[in-house]
Structures are given as structure tokens and as C-alpha cells.
Design a protein around this ligand. Sequence first.
Ligand SMILES: C[S@@+](CC[C@H](N)C(=O)[O-])C[C@H]1O[C@@H](n2cnc3c(N)ncnc32)[C@H](O)[C@@H]1O
Length: 246
Amino acid sequence: MDSIPANRRFWNKISRAYQHEHDPQIGATPRLWGMYAIPDAHLNALGDVKGKRVLELGCGAGQWSRSIAAEGANVVGLDLSEAQLTEAARAMGTARYPLVQGAAERLPFAAESFDVVFCDHGGLSWAPPHLAVPQAARVLRHGGRLVFNVASPWFEACYDEEARHVTTTLQRDYFGLHTVAEDQGAASYQLTYGGWIKVLRAAGLIIDDLIEPRPDAGTPNGYNKTDPPDWAHRWPAEMLWITHKP
Ligand SMILES: C[S@@+](CC[C@H](N)C(=O)[O-])C[C@H]1O[C@@H](n2cnc3c(N)ncnc32)[C@H](O)[C@@H]1O
């Protein structure tokens, strides 16, 4: 299924409200990962990007790209939604960086153009991984790194669609994970642990680490209700893959 048109419409429609609600958390300080805004300084996932050619896949309003542009990275922010790119342009700091409209499934860049490709609930959550991962690998130079944060299969399998919160009960099949229906016909994607390993290896990437970001008890989830509130302190809500192209 081609989810590009529906995802573009969806993000164009919700962009303003999404940024109004979430930008204060995502952009509070530089380099914050995921639903619990865990500092990269605690996780050491992205590393030093000064002087490196970096692509953010699904940059949204560019909170990450803005931070690393200010550190001296040559970053490009790519996103499917023109409304999200408008927000990124509006929020750009003095360190300017290019914004490109495009889909993670069909990256408009030459092979081996980047030293680092990364995203935080971006293109690798909203494009089919079997299409987006090979594209990310293609545009990386040899030795370059693909680093990305996505929801964990635990989180998806325990998510109660009707109540719209995460529970301690399995709500859907683990092996049924793949396409997750979002509002208004949009789709996001989730693989099993084995599914991610297969897709990454098939794209020729080496897996260096799988970080399971663990918020302190009492850290609020800025996006989803969980029951109990400290769910993600007890079970992994996200997975942060660290890979490289040999
Ligand atoms: C949750 S936001 C991620 C951005 C930022 N890290 C954040 O947390 O807000 C998801 C972004 O992915 C973008 N997106 C959706 N489908 C995409 C695709 N196929 N290719 C690239 N970006 C896509 C959306 O427009 C949106 O800006």
C-alpha cells in the first residue's frame, strides 16, 4: 500500500495543532529523544555530528535539525508534509539549514551523500521499513551511521485502540504488527524485533546497539496515556537502533 498521499494529508492537517501541543516538549532543550524527552547526553546515541553531512528523515518542525545545525552539522531536514516544513522554516535559528520535501520511501538524494541519517519517530515510523531502510542505507556513505528511534512492539501490542491508552494487557498480536492504522486513513509502521533485524541486515547495515530508553519513574509521556502512569519505567516503550554501513 502507498501511504504517502494519506500521510501527507494527515500531517498537513494536524501540523499546527501538533506543534502547539508538542513543540514545548520536543524543542525544550537540544537533542531530546522520543515520547519521554530523554536527553541524548544520557543515551549517547547520535554522537558528535560537527562538520558531518546529516539527514533527518521526517524532521517535522526541525527541533532536532535546528539543534545539530547550531552544533555545526551540515544537516538537511526532509519531510513529507509542507505544513511541517513551514513550521521548521519558521522555527529555524541563526544556523540555517536546507529543508527538502520528500518521502523516506523515495529519497531524492544521490548514493553516499550523508555521514549520518537519523530520525526520532520520523520517516522510519511513517514509511514502510522495507522501503525506507534500504533508501537510508543507499544515501549513507560507507562507515556512515543510521540512528533511529521508534515505538517498541511492547508499546504497540499493549495499546488499547478504543480506550486510547497503553495497558498492561496484550491487545493485539505481536506477529500481526506491521501497518498501524492512524486517524484519517494515515498509517504508521511497526515491526517485530526479528522483523527490524531482518530489514536492517537485508539493507547491508550492521547493528551496533539497540538502546531501550528508560524514563525515570514519574516522567510524563507527552503523547499517550499509559496505565499505570510509570508503564515505560517498567517496560520498554521505545527502541533506539544504532547501525552503520560497512
Ligand atoms: C512525529 S513527527 C517526527 C518529527 C519530530 N521528531 C517530532 O517528534 O515531532 C513525524 C514526521 O514524519 C513525517 N512523515 C510522515 N510520513 C513520512 C514519509 N513517508 N517520509 C518522510 N517523512 C514523513 C511527518 O510529516 C511528520 O513531520
